[in-house]
Design a protein around this ligand. Structure first.
Ligand SMILES: [Zn+2]
Length: 293
């Protein structure tokens, strides 16, 4: 199929595409947009049930989780309807201060120019009109999330410049850059909700490495939201592919009344950063608003 609209998401881990933006990917893919996911690592770091690694015992120990998570991402890509899945080939950096964070193969230890150049090459080859990455705090402060934000921002600015990365293909300038963001209201709500379920808001997420109190301090208000409620079932299916990353605890969201779930899960939020809107709130309903495809 010849797609006239092309959309590229750039994040560091298998699961970032589904948990954060899965509804948007499902929606745009079904509207005929070619949606590509550029994933910097295979998510090699983190705890996982040893049972899940059994099929990968023939691999070196430090490659098993990456192999599993690569399979999980392949599963999610099929559910969401991704046109292209591209790895940058780095290793998950884990959280600051961890052993994995010092691994020379870790994404955060990559030569920044080299990593940016790989994204430039993909932008020039796929030619997306719209590129999406994380905000400067990477959503919740994960070092890989912050690093991918910096590299993607550089790549967006360099891709159209023939003087930069001349070996990475013909220059091509995407028209818009968005950050995937989460309205802080939801986190403020979670900070109040979690203690009711005897959960510590400073230790959120499967690996307990998400500090909700710090997150609410980094506020990047959305400039638009995509209604993904009709695609929420697909997003849920894709998220379930990432079974190694899903907490076994009770699903807080499932216990909420429907009108609250619609509000919390029915939209995915974005902040337009290029073209620069000079702080003005530009009303958009679609990532492709104003795009000449
Ligand atoms: Zn991630």
């Amino acid at each position: 199929m010849n797609h006239s609209k092309r959309l590229m998401f750039v994040f560091p881990h298998p699961d970032d595409e589904s948990f954060g933006t899965g509804g948007s990917i499902a929606r745009y893919a079904r509207e005929g947009v070619a949606v590509h996911y550029v994933c910097a690592t295979r998510g090699e770091v983190g705890s996982v049930e040893p049972e899940m690694l059994k099929p990968y015992e023939h691999l070196p120990a430090d490659q098993r989780l990456g192999a599993l998570r690569g399979q999980e991402l392949r599963c999610a890509a099929d559910k969401l309807g991704l046109t292209g899945l591209h790895y940058l080939g780095y290793r998950d950096s884990g959280m600051t201060g961890s052993e994995d964070n010092r691994d020379p193969r870790a994404f955060v230890n990559a030569n920044p120019g080299e990593a940016t150049g790989k994204i430039v090459a993909l932008i020039r080859s796929v030619k997306p009109q719209v590129v999406v990455t994380f905000d400067p705090f990477g959503g919740y402060g994960h070092p890989d999330h912050i690093f991918i934000h910096q590299r993607t921002t550089e790549a967006f600015q360099a891709a159209g410049d023939p003087a930069q990365f001349p070996g990475a293909g013909e220059p091509y300038q995407p028209q818009k850059l968005y950050w995937s963001v989460f309205p802080r209201g939801i986190f403020k709500f979670l900070v109040r909700l979690m203690p009711l379920f005897r959960r510590d808001p400073r230790k959120f997420g499967r690996n307990g490495d998400i500090d909700l109190l710090e997150i609410v301090e980094h506020d990047y208000p959305p400039t638009m939201r995509v209604d993904v409620w009709p695609y929420y079932a697909i997003k849920t299916e894709a998220s379930k592919c990432h079974i190694s990353q899903i907490s076994g605890g009770p699903a807080i969201f499932d216990r909420l009344p429907r009108f609250m779930r619609r509000r919390l899960n029915g939209y995915e939020n974005y902040r337009l950063v290029e073209p620069n809107v000079n702080g003005q709130r530009r009303v958009e309903r679609d990532l492709f608003d104003g795009i000449n495809a």
